[in-house]
Ligand binder design. Structure first.
Ligand code: NAD
Length: 339
């Protein structure tokens, strides 16, 4: 099997779309697979299979002839999607089915190496109650008590990949991403996460106005620019160590601080209004001791640096969405709809 032929599951999504681009630049032949096309640009993949990976036959087709798989496909979103409870069954069913199919069919097809994107959401809620001192070291995941079914499904996923590694002698690499953000990610529609949502709110707000933030804004997180996430993934995939390992930033900020930085980048004067909304844990930050030790690398780019490029991209999307010709388009669609 040729090592240079790679499948990216979830290539129509944010990280998968960026990964396809990076792998192409590195000289890989890339097949992307996703239930939707890459939304904001043309996919860099050599081949793109538009299909549902919960379907075994589709997964089999996607896996045909590849030596490595990056499994990023998942039913996921930000707090507004994952923490309301309304999507739990879909999140667990869809993501588990994708992983079951990819591993079983992948092993049968002769895939040699699998990357699985787990999440910081696996960490127990009891270690993330203090916003100033969350514990997200890799071994602290057990005894398990994630605060969402999304986190429980990721724990199942991790265990599934390691079970196949032990029983089928395939290489497996597992990373736990911490809040990855950047241009060409979901920025509206309910599945967007905090950095994109706040960039959109700031871009849409008139100067002198205000933006809404869920909760008191004192909850803490760390955010990782997508390029650093890709760097960590590629280093882990090429290493001889399976993980699981955190891929995240150690620059922890409150959500209020995140909003202040974005407002500052925009150059506007805006107030912050706190409203109730789904929140997740009180504090969370990547612990990078293990990645430093095992891979000799940690992300170093500053949050503000990543937010500048992300804000620039999202404010362009907002502008495009509000452009007069879009109103015209929308009016046309409505007219047709009423006929
Ligand atoms: P994303 O939602 O942009 O990408 C996931 C992709 O999976 C989407 O394009 C979606 O259409 C696709 N998908 C869902 N169901 C599918 C199906 N049945 N068949 C085929 N494709 C399907 O999310 P992302 O931010 O790019 O995240 C990629 C991976 O990283 C996910 O597994 C996610 O759980 C994990 N992760 C992301 C973050 C983050 O902050 N972005 C944090 C932790 C973990």
């Amino acid at each position: 099997m040729q090592r240079k032929r790679v499948l990216v599951c979830g290539a129509g999504g944010f990280i998968g779309g960026h990964l396809a681009k990076r792998l192409k630049k590195e000289g890989y032949w890339v097949r992307g697979a996703d239930i939707k096309e890459y939304e904001y640009a043309e996919s860099a993949a050599d081949e793109f299979l538009l299909g549902d990976l919960t379907d075994t036959a589709t997964a089999k087709t996607a896996l045909n002839g590849v030596g490595e798989v990056y499994q990023l496909a998942a039913d996921m979103g930000g707090a507004g999607y994952l923490f309301t409870g309304e999507n739990d069954a879909a999140v667990m069913h869809n993501s588990a089915m994708i992983n079951l199919n990819i591993l079983e069919q992948g092993c049968r097809a002769g895939v040699e190496r699998f990357f699985f994107s787990s999440s910081a959401c696996v960490y127990p809620e009891y270690n993330q109650l203090d916003p100033d001192n969350p514990n997200c070291s890799e071994e602290s995941v057990y005894p398990a008590d994630p605060d969402s079914d999304y986190g429980w499904e990721k724990i199942f996923g991790e265990r599934l990949y390691f079970a196949y590694m032990r029983n089928f002698n395939v290489a497996v690499r597992v990373a736990r991403f911490h809040n990855v953000f950047g241009p060409e990610g979901t920025w509206r529609g309910g599945k967007e996460k905090a950095p994109a949502a706040i960039c959109r709110k700031v871009a849409e707000a008139p100067d002198g106005g205000e933006i809404e933030i869920w909760g008191d804004g004192k909850q803490t997180r760390s955010f990782l620019i997508v390029e650093e996430c890709l760097e960590g993934m590629r280093r882990l995939m090429d290493s001889e160590w399976p993980g699981p390992v955190n891929i995240g930033s150690e620059e922890m900020v409150t959500i209020n601080r995140l909003a202040e930085i974005i407002i500052d980048i925009s150059g506007k004067k805006l107030g912050i209004k706190h409203i109730s909304g789904p929140l997740g844990v009180r504090g969370r930050c990547s612990d990078n001791r293990l990645i430093r030790e095992k891979l000799g690398w940690v992300p170093t780019r500053l949050l503000r640096d990543g937010l500048e490029t992300t804000y620039e991209w999202i404010s362009k999307q907002v502008e495009k969405a509000n452009a007069p010709d879009r109103h015209y388009e929308r009016a046309n669609i409505l007219t047709h709809g009423h006929k």
